[in-house]
Design a protein around this ligand. Sequence first.
Ligand code: GUN
Length: 286
Amino acid sequence: MNMGQIIDGKALSAAIKDEVREQVLSLEKEYGRRPCLCVIIVGENPASQVYVRNKVKAAEYVGIDSLKVELPAETSEEALLARIAALNADPGVDGILVQLPLPKHIDEEKVIDAIAREKDVDGFHPANVAGLWLGKDCIVPCTPAGIVRLIDSTGVSLAGKQAVVVGRSNIVGKPVAKLLLDRNATVTIAHSRTADLGAVTSQADVLVVAVGKAGLITGDMIKPGAIVIDVGMNRDAEGKLCGDVDFASCVEKASWITPVPGGVGPMTIAMLMVNTVSCFLAGRLG
Ligand code: GUN
């Protein structure tokens, strides 16, 4: 049987982090300090706690100073906004990330808007979103940027390819569609209301799935030889991490496929390091 090749996100992210580590060393020599990333977490969402811990660990590895701000779940929106305003004004802080989701009583949109656009390492601020869609210089969201790097690592060109993105979130679906468009793919965005999802996904030379539904995409829904990128992070009945793609049936048909874990997840964190260095540099160069 012809099996697809695994895209090793762990190895690629390690290589990117090593590059950033070198870069940080030379930046410290040139500018007299290291880049600094502040990560804010509100409440005790266990998944968020793991993500934040991994972000801080990666920062430590590459030599980026990190500041972890842990706030109780009952923190008021006002207090969070005040904290962000103080970090915006702090010249020693280059990047600010507020881990999502936030507790229900806090308006996420208000919080994202409050982060200084030049410190918005997530690329979620409306000014950065506009920059992405207008093709201007901007901070690109980490997961979409990581996905493009994973596809590039296969050596397959996106130009002229049919790309299908399943999911239309502001964090992944919409921005990754724009990045694929920038690479001259013909892009379709499918979602929960798409009629006959399998008919759409089976047209895809490149399939990106970011929905949050375990096993949504099965082998019969993909085109033979497709590149399949699984952004899902779900827990199965036994509590094991699994993606949106049924790996066992898709690996037989795909040319390339990302595993979960070890695919997109580590790349998001590596790209966060890249974005933090970009913010630091943009701050130095004015
Ligand atoms: N929650 C899930 N993904 C992300 C992300 O990329 N950034 C932030 N800040 N929160 C998230």
